[in-house]
Design a protein around this ligand. Structure first.
Ligand code: HEM
Length: 119
């Protein structure tokens, strides 16, 4: 049911499209972050909601952001020739975890930063 809420086309434009920018909304004064705790309205609930909401949600989000940021910071990512990145979901992944329809293929190589020893 939580997955259905997150994929409701009445709530989300093209719910299955990969559009990370949907979680940012410019409210006139810069960028307002999406409220994942659902205190104002519930559009998705990856951490539950209300009194039993996941108490580790801040740590969870921080950890994931840090993990992804490090993958980008430390590695150069390029697509495999002739292979487009396809972020669509497998029709079999109705539940958690979401599985990619076509698994990601990428070349990764360490970024060499100025002043850094390559060995
Ligand atoms: C991305 C990471 C995480 C996700 C997606 C997640 C998701 C959830 C969800 C859906 C619940 C159930 C909420 C409900 O019953 O309404 C939950 C409960 C809980 N989570 Fe997490 N969680 C994450 C990380 C963490 C971390 C890092 C901790 C602790 C360090 C943690 C500790 C807990 C605890 C103790 C509960 C039970 C809360 C209660 O029943 O009152 N979670 N989590």
């Amino acid at each position: 049911m939580a997955a259905e809420i997150a994929c409701n086309p009445e709530v989300w434009e093209d719910p299955l499209e990969f559009m990370p920018e949907r979680f940012l909304s410019g409210g006139g004064k810069g960028v307002e972050l999406f409220d994942v705790t659902g205190t104002k309205e519930i559009k998705m609930m990856p951490f539950g909601a209300g009194r039993r909401i996941c108490p580790g949600y801040g740590l969870g989000i921080f950890h994931l952001e840090y993990f992804v940021a490090n993958l980008i910071w430390h590695f150069e990512w390029t697509t495999v020739d002739g292979d487009e990145v396809d972020l669509s979901e497998s029709p079999l992944s109705a539940l958690i975890p979401v599985v990619m329809k076509n698994p990601l293929k990428a070349h990764i190589s360490p970024r060499v930063k100025q002043g850094e020893d390559t060995h």
